[in-house]
Design a protein around this ligand. Sequence first.
Ligand SMILES: *Cc1c(COP(=O)(O)O)cnc(C)c1O
Length: 469
Amino acid sequence: MVDRSDGQPGWGARYDEVLERASEHARAWLSGVNERPIPPRIGPREVADRLGGILSDDGESPVEVIEHLATAAEPALSAIGSPRFYGWVIGGTQPVALAADWLASAWDQNTGLRTITPGAVAAEDIAGEWLLDLLGLPAGSEVGFTTGATMAQFTCLAAARDEVLQRLGWDVETAGMAAAPRIRFIVGEERHGTVDLAGRYLGLGSPTIVPSDEQGRIRVDDLRTTLAAGEGPAIVLLQAGNIHSGAFDDFAAAIAVAHDAGAWVHVDGAFGLWAAASPSLRHLTAGMADADSWSTDAHKTLNVPYDCGIAIARDAAAMHRALSLQASYLQVTDVGSDPQDRVPELSRRARGIPTWAVLRSLGRNGVARLVDGLADAARGIADGVGALPGVEVLNDIAFTQVCIALADDAQTQALSERLWSDGEVLAMTSRWHDRTVVRFSVSNWGTDAAQVRRTIEAVTRARASVASA
Ligand SMILES: *Cc1c(COP(=O)(O)O)cnc(C)c1O
C-alpha cells in the first residue's frame, strides 16, 4: 500500500479548529469541576429552551455549534467529576482514561470485529486479561465490554439462561422461550433494581426473592431452603457491594449451596468487584471466583469516562452461543473470538481502550491504591459525619458506601436539601430499611483526606442549619 499523504494541509485541517475549540471548553470544564457548585444551576426547561428552537434550513458552522453547545448546556450539568460528588454510584474520570477516550473517538473504530480493527480489539482483549488477573477471576474467562453494568448483567444472564436450558436439551436459539421450561431466577432481597430489568428483558419474569440480613447480604440458609423447595433449572444472583451498605454476600457459602443445586451463579459487582484488586479488601470477595459469571463497571470505580461496563463469563462457549452473530459478510479470524461474540452489539465504539489505558497507567499497585482510597474516604466520612450531634451512621462501613440519618425522615430530607443548596457536596436521599437516608457513595479517584475534610465541613453546616430551622 502506498501512503499518498503529502504533508499538505487537507482533510485533517477540517477538524483542527473545531477540535481546538472543544478542547478549550473541555479544559475549562475540567479545571473548574472541583470548585463549581455541584448541582446544575439551571433546570430542564431552561436548558431545553437554550438548546432548542426551530431547526434551521442551512445550519451553522461546526465552531458555532460547539460554542453554543458548551455555553448553553454547561450550566445544566452536574459536576459529576468533582471529588465531592457522592450521588448514586458514579465515578469521575482519570486523565489518562479521558485522553484514551478522545483517541478512541478520533480513531472511530467499529469494534465489533478483529479483522477490521486488530488494534482496538487487542487493547480490549489485553485489558480483559489484566482484569481477570487483578480481580482474581479464572484465566480464560471471556470478557465483553458493554455500555454499563446493566447490560453486562444482561449479557451474562443471557449466557446463563441459554446454558441452563441447554443442559435440559432446550435450545433457546432455535426453540425460543415461549414454551421453554421455567427457570427459577433467585435473587437477594436487596439486589440492585437492574437485576429485575435484566430478568424482564430475558423473559425470566419476576425473580424469586430470598431475604437479606441487616446489612443487605443474602441469607444463605434461606437460599438453601428456596432452592430445595423447587426444581428445574436455576440462576442465582449474588452481589458484591450493596448500594446502601457496601456489603458483600457470603460467596463461599452461597455459591456452594447454589452449585449443589445445579444453579448458574452470577455476581453483580458493579462497583464491589474491584475490592478483589486490593490486598487489604480482597477478603470481602473470598470465594467469589467460584461463580459462573460476573458483571462490573469501569465507569464507576475505575474512573473511566462514560460508558463502560464489563461482562465476564467462565464458559466462553455459553457466552458465544447466546450472543454471537454469524453472517456471510462478517469475516472472522482464527486469533480468537470477536467482540461481537461477547456482547449484544455488533457495531460499537472501542470503549475498552480507556480501561486498557488506566490499567497500564496505574499498574497493579495503583489500582489497589485507588480502591483503598475510596474505602478510606468512606470511613473518614462516616467517622467525621457520624460524630455530629444527632447523626446516625446506619451501615457497617465495609467498602465505599455510607448511609446516615437524622432523628426522623423529615430532618434527613431537610439535610439533603441543605446540602444541595450549599452545593459543596452532593449526596442523595434514598430509602433503606424503612428510613429516609442520605447516602454517600465514594467513587471518585480524587476524594482524598482534604476532600473528606471539606465534605465533613459541608455536612456540619447543613446539619447546623437543619437544627436551627
Ligand atoms: C450501578 C449499578 C448497576 C447498574 O450499572 P449501570 O452501569 O448503571 O448500568 C448494577 N448493580 C449495581 C450494584 C450498581 O451499583
